[in-house]
Design a binder for this molecule. Structure first.
Ligand SMILES: Cc1ncc(COP(=O)(O)O)c(C=O)c1O
Length: 305
């Protein structure tokens, strides 16, 4: 099925959306990306985009950091994206990639005196980690501090760091890397936040642990509180706490809620999916497919009925 992109202020076939090789962002990673999912509900014959507004709020705050002045509001970006998804016409799960980028064909390391543009496209995409339970390793690559490069935004250049960690983990036979902060505390996966279950409570690294403030992370915190009456403690987490957790899981738009069975060759509890993780997964999948009306505000339907 042909796909489309919103590119240079119009919808074009994806194959026609091309940028020149001198484009600034290609050389210096001066762009902000966002990943959003459209989830296909066959029974409803509807696609639901999950928490679209929140993704665009995050991209615009990243633009503020990179001195990009996009002429679009959150609402306009949501409208463009919904229109794009409708035009693509997929009847399966999709991933939507949005990108705000320094579009001037001008070299030189800087943020200033460069034009910016916005593009978005969508394509069918299944599970990201491709395992029911992930085996993880603590990476030898650290997540940078905010005074090295802001980690609260999805700055393209920042992800070279994540790519080092991911490839190290995969080449060593693991599914995902867990990155530590510069001072050796748990930060997050290369494309996911991390949660532990300890004594019936959720524990997750805090904003000051150089994490991306994940939208799925926020979803899990809300669901745990509202639906399971479980509190989440956001705090500094020691590496050794990973090994002794009752349960552990990763969260992200791409990875959804992925249980962690093992860290650094140590099983988490008995290595099976924990009870709280299972309950959260059930709720989360119900909601993202538009099957829980209480959370319908989080789901943007794509197709007109
Ligand atoms: C480094 C990193 N951490 C965490 C996440 C999870 O964020 P979200 O749940 O908003 O997708 C992502 C994915 O966007 C990520 O790239």
């Amino acid at each position: 099925m042909p796909s489309y992109a919103y590119f240079q202020k119009q919808f074009v076939p994806l194959s026609e959306a091309k940028i020149g090789i001198m484009t600034n962002c290609l050389h210096y990673g001066t762009a902000i990306f966002e990943g959003t999912r459209g989830n296909w509900n066959n029974e409803h014959q509807q696609m639901y985009i999950f928490r679209l507004k929140e993704h665009y709020k995050r991209i615009l705050s990243g633009c503020q950091l990179l001195k990009m002045d996009l002429p679009y509001s959150v609402d306009k970006l949501c409208q463009i994206t919904t229109e794009l998804a409708e035009k693509c016409g997929f009847k399966e799960n999709i991933y939507i990639r949005s990108l705000a980028y320094k579009s001037s064909e001008s070299l030189g390391v800087r943020l200033h005196d460069l034009e910016s543009d916005f593009t978005v496209f969508a394509f069918p995409w299944g599970p990201y980690l491709k395992v029911d339970k992930a085996r993880c390793s603590v990476s030898s690559w650290r997540r940078p501090a905010d005074n090295v490069i802001p980690t609260q935004a999805k700055i393209c250049g920042l992800y070279a760091n994540n790519a080092f960690a991911k490839t190290e983990a995969v080449e060593n036979g693991f599914d995902e890397a867990i990155m530590l902060t510069p001072d050796g505390h748990v930060s997050e996966g290369t494309g996911e936040n991390i949660f532990l279950v300890k004594d019936g409570k959720l524990v997750t690294p805090a904003s000051y642990n150089n994490i991306l403030m994940g939208i799925t992370r926020n979803t899990v915190i809300e669901l745990a509180k509202n639906e399971l009456n479980i509190e989440t403690v956001e705090r500094q987490v020691d590496r050794s706490e990973l090994y002794t957790a009752d349960e552990c899981f990763l969260t992200g738009t791409a990875a959804h809620i992925t249980p962690v069975a093992e860290v650094d060759y140590r099983k988490i509890a008995n290595g099976e999916i924990g009870e709280i993780t299972k309950q959260l997964q059930k709720l989360y999948f119900e909601i993202i497919y538009g099957n829980n009306s209480k959370y319908s505000d989080w789901c943007t339907p794509v197709y007109k009925k």
